[in-house]
Design a protein around this ligand. Structure first.
Ligand code: OKP
Ligand code: ZN
Length: 336
């Protein structure tokens, strides 16, 4: 299988995130990438492809131009300078964002746990480029592809970053593919993909199915409830299946099959994009669904059975020691 990845993605380095009044080490570590690449190397049957930088129009197909300009302007930060937003214009989004003023980063952010540094932009663009190149390859050949997207994407909306996400890799790939057919996104990250949902909430050519921890307990708290079904043309093209943290893999697979069945009644897609979050793994520091390495093999196998051209995009997964093995097990199941 072809793996899309660029070493530029490693240049985004944030050391800390703050919650509950304390600094914790940042979960989206660079070593996540090494863990995954190492597992591919050991397995042997993966070919790493360095993506070309995607066209700017591909970014504009999802994100607002002023938001992109803002993210890009963070390149002017000094080395070691970190911008962690902490003031958010909740009541009144009057635009006061130009020129780039770090203290106003909250205008484009929904989560005080996600920071910017001078290489965030180039890493995020490289990550989105991996997704875009993977989508191009799948479209051209019909072969399944995997993009090692890091930073991840599913929390990023058209004009806000958060949840370690800046550019919505999945949405960018979906916008590219939807020009030649219907797209179904299946998001199995532990967390609800609030960004992806909001981007396609009124669309009937892109279906969003997400299985995730119940937002009444887990991040992102405000979205991911069952009654969020879409608006306008998009009614019934958004399907959230919240599960209780600590649910068993058995319950997880039942919910997944139920969701897939329901989704396929509404749309028979030409492409499937997987927002593949491995924070559903047993022992993940912020995810609690307890999926074993063998469960990931089964998950891969079940999604392969849908028998559609599939683009697999990395989202979360923070147990660095096991992440790579779990990803490889999933891809192995998918190729079986
Ligand atoms: C990104 B992705 C833990 C706080 C963690 C951010 C979670 C972002 C998840 N107490 N908050 O994997 O969906
Ligand atoms: Zn997650």
């Amino acid at each position: 299988m072809k793996i899309f990845y660029s070493s530029l993605q490693k240049k985004h380095v944030i050391k800390k995130e703050v919650y509950n009044g304390k600094a914790h080490s940042y979960n989206d570590k660079v070593s996540r990438i090494d863990s995954i690449l190492k597992a591919f190397k050991i397995a042997g049957n993966y070919e790493i492809v360095v993506p070309d930088i995607l066209p700017y129009d591909a970014l504009l197909s999802v994100h607002d131009e002023d938001y992109l300009k803002f993210l890009e302007s963070a390149q002017n930060l000094k080395n070691d300078e970190i911008i962690c937003p902490y003031v958010f214009p909740c009541d009144n989004r009057i635009s006061r964002h130009e020129p780039f003023i770090p203290k106003r980063a909250g205008y484009y952010c929904f989560d005080a746990g996600t920071s910017l540094m001078n290489h965030t932009w180039s890493a995020a663009v490289a990550s989105a480029s991996a997704a875009y190149s993977a989508a191009m390859h799948t479209k051209k050949t019909g072969e399944a592809t995997y993009a090692l997207c890091r930073p991840p994407g599913h929390h990023a909306s058209k004009n806000m970053f958060g949840g370690y996400c800046y550019l919505n890799n999945t949405a960018i790939a979906a916008k590219y593919l939807v020009r030649s057919g219907n797209v179904m996104i299946i998001d199995f990250d532990f967390h609800h993909g609030n960004g992806t949902q909001s981007i396609f909430y009124d669309s009937s050519d892109i279906f969003y199915l997400s299985i995730h921890a119940h937002p009444k307990i887990e991040y992102p708290y405000f979205t991911g409830f069952e009654d969020e079904i879409g608006i306008d043309d998009g009614v019934n093209y958004n399907l959230n299946i919240p599960l209780m943290p600590l649910c068993s893999p058995k319950e997880y697979f039942i919910a997944l099959q139920k969701g897939i069945k329901k989704a396929f009644k509404i749309m028979d897609p030409d492409y499937i994009i997987l927002s593949a979050g491995f924070d559903i793994e047993a022992g993940d520091p912020i995810g609690h669904f307890n999926m074993s390495i063998d469960d990931f093999y089964i998950l891969g196998k079940e999604l392969k059975l849908l028998n559609k051209p599939t683009i697999i995009l990395q989202e979360g997964g923070y147990l660095v020691a096991e992440l790579g093995k779990n990803v490889e097990s999933f891809l192995n199941g998918f190729q079986s």
